[in-house]
Design a binder for this molecule. Structure first.
Ligand code: GLC
Length: 780
């Protein structure tokens, strides 16, 4: 993190603070309040969404499109009223009101019941050299979530969160800047939640009451304070609007929901084929193998090692016959290699695609290929060029692009020597001629732009097949282009535990397709740790095991028979749950809902869930309480309001309650809500092994509904209507439980299949699914 940026606690010059409102202008979307030179602009974009901008100079910045997918003028106009009084100006929409006091100019929001939120603290808004800031009150019982992938706790109250993408190697619970910089959070208290998106790509920081209890602050090195307030009150509603603003994930290929195996490195064609063979022989389902940096020729991006991967096309073809897909790592550092016939370097240099210092010299740092230069993805022509280079991978059949080191991560001297991590010079010029700016403004979006380049290139070059993308770094909106993993974690119990709040907060930041390296990247997992990690990993939206160079192997069979069996069973359970999980991906793609969720997502009025960071929900039905300490076979589990059933034994519980779960190594405590309907399919060795000829609807007594989503799983035709949904319902009628299956809706026709309806603990009935409505009765 650059040391020279203003810290909240240092002896900086005093803040200038926004003064009194002197004049007001209004049109059908905006209210402009002039406070001398400084101006405050409030834009009403939706009944629950307002944008607040404050400029000390009276000049608003040009709009940047990196994170915001829907510009002000693209929101349909909504009615609002403005009431001017002697002391205040009140703006009212259907869902909230904003009250602006005139002297000094401060804003407060209220919900329709008159409860305040996002109220300016005494200081309101201010500025000093190169920095703008805003301060607001922390309400009693208010808690803070999101912020990308903060380590440590789920609730970030009293913490400081810096938004500056960093190579967070060796991160731990005290690490602040992470790979992802997502300046967005959800503030929650019983009965009221709102989201806040700080629209700045410059270095920025939230202080959630660390400096001054009861006040949270936001500060950025930009010249304008620009933020959006999103009223909920529930997290689901906040995320729906936030992802309308910053975009939603497209549906990934269904095979990418299968199990991924990765290692730094499976370093030859032979080793990869043996690995694939091992999975099939041991009947452990797997869909994707990842190649780390050693597939390249001397770490030259977009090359293949002629010795170790002499015939990648043949390798990929062989893997395909066994149902595997291949993903390859792509690093942004391009080997600095003049006059060596290295096309990527030569073309980039010739066309001036690499980042330069202000004196015009090429900027270089040191990464895997030693001295390296870096493309300026901020320019469309550079993104197009980079995208065209991906052909060296996709033309031989690579199906997944794994973008790494894109914070960007680089050293000031050759890797291996004890060096210093550096960033590009902050004054390096980046961007297209009409949007020129410096690295200070674009640092946080470097990974985002690299991911965008990859996504858009493949959407163009492979227009009928979905591809898989993974990135380490990103900014708000990264969900539009890529899945995200939490970088270089460690084979430690603490990291297994920490993956839960990290992935939950990513989900609460609008990023649904997320995972942590199962088994831990750095270090050697013990057999017990690996087994427990695989159990939790079964729930990660991205289920990938990975391990670092020189560590012990981390494949499911390397820890002995007992752990191999556990891995097989949990990976199989993942595959059996695929229709349920794929439907959650669809929900994420259409509403912005997380796939993996903290309990508070579904129980936002239950304060016990606010700090529950060691339990997690997969969708609205499944609740897991993983074991994350060695030698532990029992743990406390909190079951919120409602009826719950033990997944394994069927035992019923009535929440809210705390129970003690028994969890020998073979078992991760898993619960299902009463009234849940979970579609399950027979185990496959890979996701698209064969058409689904049988689906079991597991139904737990109660009242509930589930809408199953289906499409072909691999093309973009779902975008033009080639998908179908089926709604299932369960309820009680007298002594009977009724299960209703509505007629299938939509253009897509799944293969003919048998549907087995199992009312758990009661019995089962079956029928052949022809898409028509059915009603089944179970007598209890
Ligand atoms: C980075 C990545 C890690 C990868 C390694 C080598 O540390 O985070 O996943 O294995 O580089 O490419």
């Amino acid at each position: 993190m650059p040391q020279y940026f203003g810290q909240l606690h240092t002896t900086e010059p005093a803040w200038s603070i926004l003064g009194a409102v002197q004049a007001i202008q209004q049109d059908d979307r905006h209210i402009l309040l002039k406070c001398g030179n400084p101006c405050l602009k409030i834009s009403i974009l939706a009944p629950n969404l307002i944008r607040v901008r404050m400029t000390p100079t009276g000049e608003f910045l040009p709009r940047r499109s990196w994170a915001v997918a829907q510009a002000d003028e693209e929101w349909s106009k909504v009615p609002f009223q403005v009431h001017e009084k002697a002391e205040t100006i009140k703006i009212t929409t259907e869902q909230l009101s904003v009250v602006i006091s005139r002297n000094p100019c401060r804003i407060k929001c209220f919900d329709s019941a008159g409860q305040p939120f996002a109220q300016d603290a005494d200081m309101g808004m201010g500025w000093r050299t190169g920095t703008v800031a805003g301060w607001k009150r922390i309400e009693t019982d208010e808690h803070f979530y999101g912020f990308g992938e903060p380590t440590g706790l789920l609730d970030q109250r009293s913490q400081v969160r810096t938004n500056w993408t960093s190579d967070a190697l060796d991160y731990g619970i005290l690490t602040d800047s992470m790979y992802q910089a997502i300046p967005f959070f959800i503030a929650l208290r019983p009965g009221l939640g709102y989201g806040l998106f700080f629209n700045t790509t410059f270095w920025s920081r939230f202080d959630l009451g660390a400096q001054q209890p009861g006040v949270w602050g936001m500060e950025t090195q930009g010249s304008e304070l620009d933020y959006y307030i999103i009223y909920g009150p529930e997290p689901a509603k906040i995320l729906q609007t936030y992802t309308q603003l910053t975009g939603r994930m497209p549906l990934p290929p269904r095979w990418s929901l299968g199990y991924h195996q990765c290692r730094w490195s499976y370093e030859s064609q032979d080793i990869v084929q043996k690995l694939a063979h091992e999975f099939r022989q041991r009947q452990i389902p797997c869909d994707v193998i990842h190649l780390d940096i050693d597939y390249m020729n001397g770490y030259r991006v977009f090359t293949w090692s002629p010795k170790r991967f002499a015939n990648p096309k043949e390798l990929i073809q062989n893997l395909k016959e066994d149902g595997f897909k291949l993903a390859t790592i792509v690093d942004p550092g391009v080997k600095y290699e003049p006059e060596a016939d290295y096309k990527v370097f030569d073309e980039g240099l010739k066309n001036d695609y690499f980042i330069r210092k202000t004196n015009g010299q090429l900027f270089h740092g040191y990464v895997w290929p030693d001295k390296a230069v870096f493309a300026d993805y901020l320019r469309q022509e550079v993104r197009d060029w980079w995208g065209s280079l991906l052909k060296s991978l996709t033309e031989v059949g690579v199906a997944g692009i794994w973008n790494d080191m894109n914070e960007p991560a680089l050293d000031d001297r050759p890797f291996g020597d004890p060096g210093n991590k550096i960033s590009f010079p902050l004054d390096a010029v980046q961007g297209p001629s009409d949007e020129r700016t410096t690295h200070a403004e674009t640092h946080n979006v470097y990974g985002l732009m690299m991911a965008q380049a990859s996504y858009q290139a493949l959407a163009k070059s492979r227009p009928t097949e979905r591809s898989f993308f993974l990135t380490r770094s990103g900014f708000a909106g990264i969900q539009r282009w890529s899945a995200v993993w939490t970088g270089d974690n460690q084979s430690l119990w603490e990291h297994l535990e920490m993956s839960i709040p990290m992935l939950c907060n990513l989900g609460l930041s609008g990023i649904g397709f997320v995972g942590a390296d199962i088994g831990g990247f750095a270090g050697n997992a013990t057999a017990e740790l690996f087994a427990r990690w695989m159990q939790l990993g079964m729930l990660y939206p991205l289920m990938r095991a990975h391990s670092a160079l020189t560590t012990a192997q981390h494949e499911p069979w390397t820890f002995g028979d007992r752990v191999e069996k556990i891995c097989r069973e949990y990976i199989q359970l993942r595959y059996r749950l695929l229709p349920y999980i794929y439907t959650l991906f669809w929900e994420a793609a259409t509403t912005g809902a997380p796939i993996l969720r903290p309990l508070l997502y579904h129980f936002p009025n239950d304060p016990t869930t606010f700090a529950t960071a060691d339990q997690v929900m997969l969708g609205s039905s499944l609740l897991a309480a993983p074991i994350y300490r060695p030698g532990v076979e029992h743990r406390a589990v909190y079951l919120p309001q409602g009826r719950w059933y033990d997944w394994w034994s069927g035992e019923a519980f009535t929440g809210p309650t705390h129970i003690l779960a028994h969890a020998p190594l073979e078992k991760m405590p898993l619960y299902v809500r009463g009234g849940s309907i979970i579609p399950m399919i027979p185990v496959m060795q890979y996701v698209d092994e064969r058409p689904i000829d049988q689906m079991r609807l597991r139904i737990w007594k109660g009242v509930g509904e589930f809408t199953l989503y289906e499409d072909d799983g691999h093309t973009f035709e779902y975008k033009t209507g080639a998908f179908c949904t089926t709604t299932y319902r369960v309820y009680l009628q007298g002594e009977q439980t009724i299960v209703e299956i509505e007629a299938r809706e939509g253009e897509f026709s799944p293969a003919t299949r048998e549907i087995i309806v199992e009312l758990v603990g009661v019995g089962e009935q079956s029928f052949i699914d022809d898409g028509t409505a059915h009603q089944l009765k179970f007598s209890i």
